[in-house]
Design a protein around this ligand. Structure first.
Ligand code: NAI
Length: 416
């Protein structure tokens, strides 16, 4: 069984330890974020010479200095969605694979949005606030069921499509806008345009990434295009909505309410003060970026990232890797049940690199049972499957010869 070590920081969920152990990786925990120099020291202190993994969340920065000071580092697990805290370009140039968890909180976000649709439509925040103040606002004024209403989803990806299913179960009609043609789930229908969704929906929910095209995509013009008395929900990224324009639309009584989970500027920590143009309105739900903050999502993140890291260490599989080419080849059937190994080579993607590697392989007189290559811009990833035990000196010599090529960045052997 492969033997590797992982240093897990920032209270990554315990599900990660079990999943890593399943892949032969021993987890060492440090339950806080570390500075650059502390992280370098912590990684250097892990005994042994085998492959090393670091698992972080959003606080710890994995900088160039950390990566370059840790030659044993083969993979970085970002136990969250964002990877801005990692020097991805340096990791890639050094052949260090980075994995994150883009899908683990999908359901949690979709559930939060469903709760907000009902909360907004029944004016629960205003009525709850009134009750807390001793006022008995028992009336149906402005309160509606969400059944039969139209939900417009902008961005029909993982979260948008999951929300679509839940909303239909509530009896809503779903229309959506996406820049890509998408398979509609259930009775949902792709709309003709963004404007088409805005003008037909009783609720609009945003589920797009933060890109140059989505920043400010909901501003004054788009809010004006929404039906009067409709609601806006944003649990995607803060910069997608112009909050001043939203405030004006609410103050003017055009929109009936809004729910926001994300903001253009978010406090860095719980002790920092939160400021937002929408504060003080009881038809606006403000949540502190908690769309994915559930125990289930945290457990799923632990499994998703640890599983991806484990599969990378075991067989070099890079599905879900954010900075290396994606490659996933099962061991060839001809090697099943036999001593066999895989050479995993990350190289600079320059002309002639594959023929140089293959020349070394041909000269080694080792029979090749399978080979696969994937490239991504300046980096290539190669698998070479051989009918040799990893401890076999021929396999070891071949690995050393390939690693010695000046185009090779990182080369290792794993058992199949
Ligand atoms: P995804 O990548 O699966 O889906 C995004 C969809 O938006 C794709 O179908 C894409 O084609 C579409 N899209 C991209 N640009 C567009 C444009 N200009 N107009 C229309 N559609 C466009 O992403 P996923 O996982 O569904 O996440 C959606 C958003 O939710 C992301 O911004 C993510 O950061 C955010 N998120 C927020 C969380 C929270 O705690 N509130 C937790 C998890 C994700």
């Amino acid at each position: 069984m492969l033997r590797a070590d992982a240093v897990l920081l920032e209270k990554v969920h315990a599900s990660a330890d079990d999943e890593l152990a399943r892949h032969g990786v021993a987890a060492h925990r440090i339950d806080k974020g570390l500075t650059e120099s502390e992280l370098i020291a912590a990684l250097a202190a892990v005994p042994g010479t085998g492959p090393l993994v670091v698992g972080i969340r959003s606080k710890t920065q994995v900088t160039r200095a950390v990566i370059e000071a840790t030659p044993r580092l083969v993979a970085i697990g970002a136990f969250c969605i964002g990877t801005d805290q990692i020097d991805l370009a340096c990791a890639r140039a050094c052949g260090v694979a980075v994995f994150n968890a883009p899908f683990s909180s999908t359901r949690s976000v979709a559930e939060l949005v469903m709760a907000e649709l009902v909360t907004l439509s029944r004016q629960i925040v205003a009525r709850s606030n009134a009750a807390h103040q001793g006022k008995w606002a028992k009336n149906a004024q402005g309160s509606r069921e969400i059944r039969g209403k139209t939900l417009g989803i902008i961005g029909y990806g993982h979260i948008g499509s999951q929300l679509s299913v839940l909303a239909e179960a509530f009896g809503m009609q779903v229309i959506f806008h996406d820049i890509v043609a998408k398979l509609s789930l259930g009775n949902a229908r792709q709309a003709a345009s963004l404007h088409d969704v805005l003008s037909r929906s009783d609720f609009v929910s945003l589920h797009v990434p933060d890109t140059e095209f989505t920043r400010g995509m909901i501003g004054k013009t788009e809010l004006a295009a929404m039906k009067s008395d409709s609601y806006l929900v944003n649990a995607s990224r803060g910069r997608v909505v112009d909050l001043d324009a939203l405030r004006q639309s609410l103050d003017a009584g055009h929109l009936a309410g809004a729910a926001l989970d994300v903001y253009p500027q978010e406090p860095a920590s719980e002790s920092d003060r939160f400021e937002c143009a929408l504060q003080g309105l009881d038809n606006v739900i403000l949540t502190p970026h908690i769309g994915g903050s559930t125990l289930e999502a945290q457990a799923n993140i632990g499994l998703e990232v640890a599983g991806a890291v484990g599969r990378y260490l075991e067989l070099g599989r890079t599905v879900g890797c954010v900075n290396l080419p994606q490659l996933d080849m099962p061991p060839p059937p001809s090697l099943r049940g036999k001593p066999a190994c895989r050479l995993i080579n990350i190289h600079r993607n320059v002309p002639g690199v594959l023929s140089r590697i293959n020349r070394v392989i041909a000269e080694s007189n080792v029979n090749i049972a399978g080979q696969a290559l994937a490239t991504l811009e300046d980096v290539g990833l190669l698998f070479v499957d051989m009918p040799l035990a990893p401890a076999d000196s021929a396999a070891d010599e071949l690995c050393r010869a390939v690693a010695a090529l000046d185009t090779s960045v990182r080369t290792r052997l794993v058992a199949l």
